[in-house]
Design a binder for this molecule. Structure first.
Ligand SMILES: *Cc1c(COP(=O)(O)O)cnc(C)c1O
Length: 838
């Protein structure tokens, strides 16, 4: 503990900030300046938390400077710019990333030392910005990093949720959720823009003007207020923006008379209604109110972002004469991250027609040329459908527009593709089924955008062959693939400095950080004993760090010399954490049956599983409970616990991932084939030299191609076999493997406590008529999975071979940089060029 007043320091703190010095003494002075003059804390304390906020503000000064330069540069050059619309961003912590991208780690570490702190400890004070749920949100954040690093004029738009995704704790009944109050103190990274405010309307009605034009009036009006988060590129001046909207009541609407009259509640209602919009990510949508709130959130994001984009388009025409609306798609690309921001389509149409007075054809041309859509799932239950009644109530003008889009689409099909006429009922946008009329958002996206992409080759192929097959015959060139990627800055350079240094040393350059394909040059050293020794020791250091973390958060002592086997991702039946834990249970039972001698010949393993289960997803929560119960038994069984440990890692988020992934040796990506669109954690693990046990699903297919099939532990049914296997399962034709039966029976016997696991286990029975009857084919894939695990154990015994495979895994990961993904979007969808700030 130290204070800024010690040794008469306050006298030395200059009342001016000098933001951009490289000299640690000057940086220390700037940090002290913020600790002393920023009005967030009393100035007499300078513990790690205060040090974090002061350091972050010091770094922010630099970012703001670059951010302004970038903004003016784009404004002056007026290039085409991309706007990425996403309901989720999973940014994680920002400090390490910011000083790493600014290339000032050394200066800041030294400066903090002078102030009595360690950078590592200070960094840990930051709360994750958890404005997302899982892979889709993290993808958006990796994309922002790559867009800035590639000097692309590209911004993200999202919502500033007051509470991000819930915080997960494990109690005696399993997962417990509590609010993640990431803004409890404040976020040093956001800059409120009080001058950037747009009105957002809900409800109301459509009024016909004397000239026949239509106008949306009445209802409720809220305000969207902008908060900017600077997004620095790696070793470049370009600093882009993530603009997050917050909802506010219009202050004139607050009725002061009522307030003075003591009617505080009516006055407060407007405030509280506004606050609901940005309260939480994915509010429960079991009730009509919950559904309405989600729709409001989506519209709020779309309307605010488009008003902002249009305003910028108009502003930038200054000095260039009048600009026609047909130029809009030459200046603006809008990417929809899944269907959540679909309302951008009718909202852009509305703004162009009702406010800017364009005709339908002109507005439609602009809209379709501007909007592009990324699909992230083929799971039918995840394809968004909104009740037409709710939509008419909340967005009456948009429903008119959607109706018109649908009508014109139907006419077009009838006249140009009459052979598809019998398919129109599934192709059109409005599903007018009288029981439950809905708007199909994916259909609206496909019909209204110029590009539709999947996120891994297999997924894009499935989209073209199944979900969107008939659209492909109408628009053969609209469909593309853009295999996901991850940023190598956060996911290797910053999270595993040890391994990064080794890579730089052997490649004799650190250019791989921005040109990840260079990693292939590691291949020729894969057998080199010196590299192998260094590689192993870096891995071991990361494993030790992880072991300490696990001890701290779970109390379980794990052995860094055992095989670290990790599965972390949202808990979902299709991701099959249940397959993993059933395998563990079987293995545990066999270990118990072995003699001491036999046990000594096994490969000691630590299995770590982590992830959040959606609060209302009962089976996912049962899986969390089971993993914890198995851990409690196995870890305290003295016969076995030198050979097997099972740990549930609580509260999985980006920071936890940054700790786990560098320390992992085997990771599990074992979804039912055809169900994981891409996955991105598979890429993070592979890049960190962690071997994969997995199915031929999502990006696993491409990862295996890149790193070589001999370096991938493959098992399981393929996507094209799945439908037939499901049918067989339903007909009772499936013969379960005795090992699978044994594992389930062991749980039912009460070996892991008294919790009732029967409903969970029943979901694995194909012929009991329960639910969909092992829809995810855990039973079918179980034997193949166990055999692949046996191969893992054998491979791990040969340390040289394992290390070689690990090196080859990193060496083959070049393709999975989000820099590659974003370059492809820029070229093949957005048609934007880089615009580096000099
Ligand atoms: C990468 C990442 C994900 C995505 O994981 P998948 O295994 O690809 O589903 C989810 N959550 C966090 C915190 C991540 O970092």
């Amino acid at each position: 503990m130290s204070t800024v007043v010690a040794d008469g320091v306050p006298a030395k703190i200059p009342p001016v900030a000098s933001p951009v010095d490289e000299d640690p003494v000057k940086i220390a002075s700037n940090i002290s300046y913020h600790a002393h003059y920023s009005p967030h804390f009393s100035p007499f304390k300078f513990e790690p938390e205060q040090a974090f906020y002061a350091t972050a503000e010091s770094v922010r000064d630099r970012l703001i400077q670059q951010w302004n330069e970038t903004y003016f540069h784009y404004h002056k050059l007026d290039p085409k710019q991309t706007y990425y619309l996403s309901m989720e961003y999973l940014q994680g912590r920002a400090l390490t990333n910011a000083i790493g991208n600014l290339n000032v780690q050394g200066g800041y570490a030294d400066a903090l030392n002078k102030l009595g702190h360690e950078l590592e400890e200070v960094v840990e004070q930051e709360k994750d910005a958890a404005l997302g749920n899982g892979g889709l949100g993290r993808l958006a954040s990796c994309f922002l990093d790559s867009m800035a690093t590639l000097n692309l004029p590209a911004w993200g738009y999202g919502l500033r949720y007051r509470y991000g995704l819930f915080k997960q704790r494990i109690g005696k009944d399993g997962q417990e959720e509590s609010a993640e109050d990431w803004l409890e103190k404040f976020s040093p990274w956001e800059i409120v823009r009080h001058d950037i405010v747009f009105p957002i309307r809900f409800f109301g009605q459509v009024e016909v003007q004397p000239n026949g034009a239509r106008k949306w009036v009445g209802g409720e009006v809220l305000q969207a207020l902008a908060y900017d988060v600077p997004i620095p590129g790696y070793k470049t001046k370009n600093t882009n923006s993530l603009r997050l909207w917050e909802a506010k009541a219009v202050s004139e609407d607050i009725n002061l008379f009522e307030f003075n009259d003591g009617q505080y509640e009516t006055a407060a209602i407007l405030h509280s209604r506004a606050q609901q919009i940005c309260a939480v990510l994915y509010p429960g949508d079991a009730t009509e109110n919950g559904k309405l709130l989600r729709l409001k959130q989506q519209f709020f994001l779309c309307s605010a972002s488009l008003q902002d984009i249009i305003l910028r388009f108009k502003e930038r025409k200054v000095g260039k004469g009048t600009r026609s609306w047909s130029e809009f798609p030459d200046k603006v690309a809008v990417q929809l991250n899944d269907t959540h921001p679909t309302l951008a389509i009718p909202e852009l149409m509305r703004l162009l027609m009702d406010d800017e007075e364009l005709g339908w054809d002109e507005a439609w041309e602009v809209t379709t040329k501007t909007i592009a859509y990324t699909n992230h799932t083929v799971l039918p239950e995840a394809l968004e459908k909104w009740s037409q009644a709710v939509m008419w109530k909340l967005l009456p003008r948009h429903m008119e527009i959607i109706q018109e889009i649908d009508k014109r689409f139907i006419e077009m099909v009838k006249s140009t593709s009459p052979d598809l006429e019998h398919k129109l009922s599934s192709l059109c946008i409005l599903d007018n089924n009288p029981q439950k009329p809905v708007v199909r958002m994916a259909n609206l996206c496909v019909v209204s955008s110029h590009s539709v992409n999947g996120v891994a080759q297999l997924h894009s192929d499935i989209l073209k062959a199944e979900l969107f097959v008939d659209y492909v015959s109408i628009w053969p060139t609209k469909f593309q693939n853009k295999t996901n990627g991850i940023t190598p800055r956060r996911w290797l350079k910053f999270c595993s400095p040890e391994l990064s240094q080794i890579i730089t040393k052997w490649l004799k350059t650190d250019e791989w950080v921005t040109n990840l394909d260079l990693l292939v040059n590691l291949r020729k050293f894969a057998d080199n004993e010196e590299l192998q020794a260094e590689w192993k020791s870096a891995k071991l250091a990361n494993k030790k760090r992880l072991a300490q973390y696990i001890l701290r958060v779970t109390g379980v002592d794990i052995d860094p010399n055992s095989l670290f086997d990790i599965q972390v991702k949202r808990i979902h039946e299709y991701k099959r954490q249940l397959l993993n834990i059933l395998g563990v249970i079987y293995k545990y039972k066999k270990l118990k049956e072995m003699s001491d001698e036999e046990r000594k010949n096994t490969t000691p393993r630590t299995v770590m599983i982590g992830g959040k289960a959606f609060a209302t997803y009962t089976n996912a929560k049962r899986i969390v409970k089971l993993v914890n119960d198995v851990g409690a038994v196995v870890n305290t069984d003295p016969q076995v616990n030198n050979y097997l440990k099972v740990v549930f890692v609580p509260n999985y988020n980006v920071s936890v991932a940054e700790m786990l992934i560098p320390g992992s040796e085997l990771s599990q990506h074992i979804s039912t084939a055809g169900m994981e669109a891409s996955g991105t954690s598979n890429m993070k693990f592979a890049l960190n030299g962690c071997l994969i046990i997995g199915t031929l699903d999502g990006a696993n297919v491409e990862i295996r191609e890149e790193i070589g099939e001999q370096n991938f532990f493959l098992f399981g049914a393929t996507a094209d076999q799945v439908p037939k296997l499901r049918t067989e399962r339903e007909k009772g034709l499936f013969k379960a493997d005795p090992r699978f039966e044994e594992a389930k029976k062991f749980i039912r016997s009460g070996a892991f406590g008294s919790y009732d696991y029967n409903p969970l286990l029943d979901s694995l029975e194909g012929d009991t008529g329960y639910g969909r009857g092992d829809y995810f084919l855990v039973g079918h894939d179980f034997p193949g999975y166990m055999e692949a695990q046996t191969k893992v154990d054998e491979a791990y015994k040969d340390s040289k071979r394992w290390t070689k495979m690990s090196i080859l895994s990193t060496a083959g990961s070049g393709k999975f940089s989000s820099d590659r993904t974003i370059s492809q979007y820029a070229k093949e969808i957005w048609n934007i060029k880089d615009c580096p700030v000099p």
